[in-house]
Design a protein around this ligand. Sequence first.
Ligand code: GUN
Length: 288
Amino acid sequence: MTAEIIDGKAFAADIRARVAEQVAQLKAGHGITPGLAVVLVGEDPASQVYVKSKGRKTVEVGMESFEHRLPEETTEADLLALVAKLNADPAVHGILVQLPLPKHMNSDAVINAIDPAKDVDGFHVSNVGLLGTGQKAMVPCTPLGCLMMLRAQLGDLSGKEAVVIGRSNIVGKPMAHLLLGDSCTVSIAHSRTRDLANVVRRADIVVAAVGRPGMVTGDWIKPGATVIDVGINRIDAGEGKTRLVGDVEFDSASEVAGAITPVPGGVGPMTIACLLANTLTACCRANG
Ligand code: GUN
């Protein structure tokens, strides 16, 4: 079998186009421009790339982008003061504090200082609790993008066996809640899971989010399964070059799977598209 490639880049472009249409309507009809504030502390190179890309895409859909770049040595108190200012600013509908934060900061305290209604990452404990209890929440962008691709690919997910590899707060745990919400039978596997290959082998849906290049190989995949690869790992490609690979060994897995997301061009673009969709949602809720 050769898997169908799930084109996250095209899917994300479609979502952004729909967001842009609604932003244009909000502006023309109500004089409201959705605004997204992104806060980056420090010089982490990967975070800098993400933040730049977020800012560009925000402007492309017609929203206002507020970028705050703070030095590594910023105190937690200063960061909390900025968050309070953004919470109070009516032009800011969404707030994203890029993670990871420098080690001297308490990330939980910072995230939980964000107004839950502006928490477009869906990381605030209120939103985590709402999602966990099946209530209307701001949903974390990466798992939301994965769910949208799975629904588009498979239709009704009810009764499917899903295995999420990775138990992070950003991807693994919210992904499991979303799949449960769609009535999948969900397992969360992680570094202590025994016989991971056999756990993955029973899955109709595999979501890999562990950050280990090529860990999931084709012989772990049930024939015909849908594989969503959240991993973005930069590896040495020789001659001083690097390349991006996922957590799934694409060549072997795509011979067995029914459908698979590539890296790059799969989950990555969907994350930013969902961030913009969440910002639009936050803006609409703020304005009744
Ligand atoms: N760092 C890596 N992924 C994310 C994300 O989705 N949101 C934030 N705020 N930081 C991240």
